[in-house]
Design a binder for this molecule. Structure first.
Ligand code: ADP
Length: 624
């Protein structure tokens, strides 16, 4: 029986993460009982120290990528977006209101303020926000320069003074974005999210009323009208994104275009830091993007949150956030990661394949040094061991660096899968959901159309997600070759209890056995590309969204190509036009190699290719 997966929470929280993981059979890390490296997931609300990344072992995941403050600090976000705008123009990078970082930009702000003075007439409003505070703390609105008072670094931003209102109340959207990897850039957006309302009616005559102008829950739940019935908004101050979708359907707008623009905001913002984030395949990050929609249905990015709140203030929070964390854990897929940990703890010898053979000895020593029991030995023997390590001229840092060179490569094999059940290619529903390399393809195929439609709606069952980056070093292959992956999966308790696979299907196809391993090879194999799953639970892959963006995000990020593709797609969604007969060569190739994507946003997200076909059909019907 395999050991349970182990999670480690910094500062005892968040409780929701603990709850979800315990429900799924995980164990909480206890430093008195476990070895230092005996955990699978370490979750922190604050950033990790750089040494945490250096010490990471193959079976461990962290919930933050390194160096993402470039978008999560308000001033850094402004700088980065400015840089992108200067380099690539403002056609795409037009989603952030004009912003100044004070005190540095004071003169520039003054010039802009004066420029707008003649036609002020109450129209130009500014919002001042401390750069490193959250939850609405320290924020105020002003129109007159004399009211701008600050004693720390702040940003002053043009206030979006005509927001879209619901029954007279302002709201913004909290979009949950998971960056599975920065190298290659792999982004998922969750279908559910939150709509956060102000609790007093919007009124530009009372700029100091935070309950009318700020939509932060932490502020509004303390407001006098929080529990009052507020027209269409109801009581409280939150809606689910699903409820918002229903509201949108009653509006006379191109809903898909709105979702696509939000999707663009996410991708374009992440592109600002993607090249500078160090590669760390064992990290995953959940960002909270705050987006405000104005009265013309244009979405604006307000900020990006590093650790979006997981507190449960109401039923809406509960349903959205619980599903979110469940899906996030699925997205991390611990199946192979846990088998590695298991094996490593069973025998030191099994660590060796992770490393260069020449380095294995010092690593074994380092690992021994880390051993809890070993630490208890007297100082002298510790010193001797240290000397041995020094003699081997091999510091722990070196060994970790050496190990990291053996982490699953970022760029790896990709393509269609040959399984005993056959080869999957164009038109297989399976590939739309899981990508073309799922190790569970066999069992999925046997489940038939009913299951497939269920999966289209709710995503694949947890066990059908592929290994963490769908990559595998030879060392990992060797390490897991002796191991029945199927027996090491305590993480099988999904929240969708209505849906059960036949008992047989619980066994993972043992693709890690050398002899039986599914051979992943295809037309693009020499480029080493692989396609990440199209969706996992409520998480929809939004980047890469076609073969061109997949290629452009490997190795060195080709931003101009990505922007071009994004513009092309947005143009099509905006016009709702797609002439299938005019498929470009690249699109033909996408189809050939089963690359498809879902359009994030609508209630039942459709495959891009299907959607285009449907809309052109609809347009044809309209014409006739
Ligand atoms: P915090 O990190 O403190 O939550 P935000 O930038 O998210 O700071 O701003 C808090 C709230 O203020 C937002 O949720 C939104 O309601 C409002 N807000 C912020 N910036 C603007 C803006 N430029 N225009 C209109 N409303 C804004």
């Amino acid at each position: 029986m395999a050991a349970s997966l182990v999670f480690r929470l910094h500062d005892k929280g968040p409780q929701l993460v603990r709850e979800v993981l315990l429900e799924r059979g995980w164990k909480e890390y206890d430093e008195r009982k476990r070895k230092e490296e005996d955990w699978n997931l370490y979750w922190r609300g604050s950033p990790f120290h750089s040494s945490d990344y250096h010490r990471l072992l193959p079976w461990q995941h962290l919930n933050h990528h390194p160096k993402t403050a470039g978008i999560t600090r308000k001033d850094s976000l402004v700088r980065n977006l400015r840089r992108m705008r200067a380099t690539f123009g403002s056609v795409l990078y037009d989603f952030s209101p004009t912003t100044f970082i004070l005190p540095n930009d004071y003169t520039r702000f003054l010039a802009e303020y004066n420029k707008r003075l003649p036609n002020r007439e109450r129209s130009t409003c500014w919002i001042c926000k401390p750069v490193d505070l959250s939850r609405g703390r320290g924020i105020f609105l002003f129109q007159d320069m004399k009211n701008l008072v600050y004693d720390c670094s702040v940003i002053v931003q043009r206030y979006i003074s005509s927001p879209l209102l619901m029954s007279g109340y302002k709201f913004d959207l909290r979009i949950y974005v998971c960056v599975k990897s920065f190298h290659p850039l792999t982004v998922y957006i969750h279908q559910e999210g939150l709509v956060r309302f102000a609790t007093e009616k919007y009124n530009l005559l009372s700029l100091s009323n935070v309950y009318a102008h700020l939509t932060n829950t932490s502020i509004n739940k303390c407001g006098p009208f929080y529990k009052t019935q507020k027209g269409q908004v109801g009581t409280g101050c939150k809606w689910t994104m699903s409820k918002f979708r229903h509201f949108l359907q009653g509006q006379d707008i191109n809903e898909l275009f709105l979702w696509q623009r939000i999707n663009n905001i996410v991708t374009l913002t992440l592109l600002t830091i993607a090249p500078s984030v160090p590669s760390c395949p064992n990290c995953v990050e959940l960002f909270g993007f705050d987006v405000l929609i104005d009265s013309r249905f244009k979405p604006w990015l307000l900020e990006v949150n590093h650790s979006p709140s997981l507190s449960l203030d109401c039923q809406t929070d509960f349903s959205v956030k619980k599903g979110l964390i469940t899906d996030l854990v699925d997205l991390m897929n611990y199946t192979s990661a846990d088998s590695l940990r298991d094996r490593a703890f069973q025998t030191q010898r099994n660590i060796r394949p992770c490393f260069n053979a020449n380095l294995s000895k010092p690593i074994a020593l380092v690992s021994k040094l880390k051993d809890h029991n070993f630490k208890k030995k007297n100082k002298k023997s510790l010193q001797i061991q240290h000397e041995k390590i020094n003699q081997a001229k091999f510091s722990q840092h070196d060994s970790v660096a050496a190990y990291q060179r053996h982490l699953p490569p970022v760029v790896t094999r990709y393509s269609e899968v040959n399984t005993p059940a056959g080869k999957f290619c164009t038109g297989q529903t399976l590939n739309w959901i899981l990508g073309s390399y799922s190790k569970a393809n066999d069992s999925v195929v046997k489940t038939g159309p009913a299951l497939l439609s269920h999966q289209m709606k709710y995503g694949p069952w947890v066990t059908e997600v592929t290994n963490r980056e769908n990559t595998e070093t030879d060392a990992e292959t060797e390490l897991s070759a002796e191991n029945k992956v199927s027996s090491s999966v305590p993480d099988t308790q999904g929240r969708r209890s209505t849906f059960r696979l036949p008992t047989d299907s619980w066994r993972f196809p043992d693709i890690y056995r050398r002899s039986q391993r599914v051979h992943v090879q295809g037309p693009k194999a020499q480029t080493g590309q692989h396609i990440p799953p199209i969706r996992v639970g409520g998480f929809i892959r939004t980047f890469p969204f076609n073969l061109a963006t997949l290629k452009a995000s490997q190795e060195k990020l080709d931003v101009p190509v990505i922007l071009q593709e994004l513009q092309k797609l947005t143009g099509r969604v905006a016009s709702g036009q797609w002439d299938d007969s005019k498929r470009t060569k690249e699109e033909e190739t996408d189809v050939e190699v089963c690359f498809d994507s879902l359009l994030w946003g609508p209630e039942d997200p459709l495959l891009l290719s299907r959607w285009f076909e449907t809309t052109s059909d609809m347009q044809d019907r309209k014409k006739n």
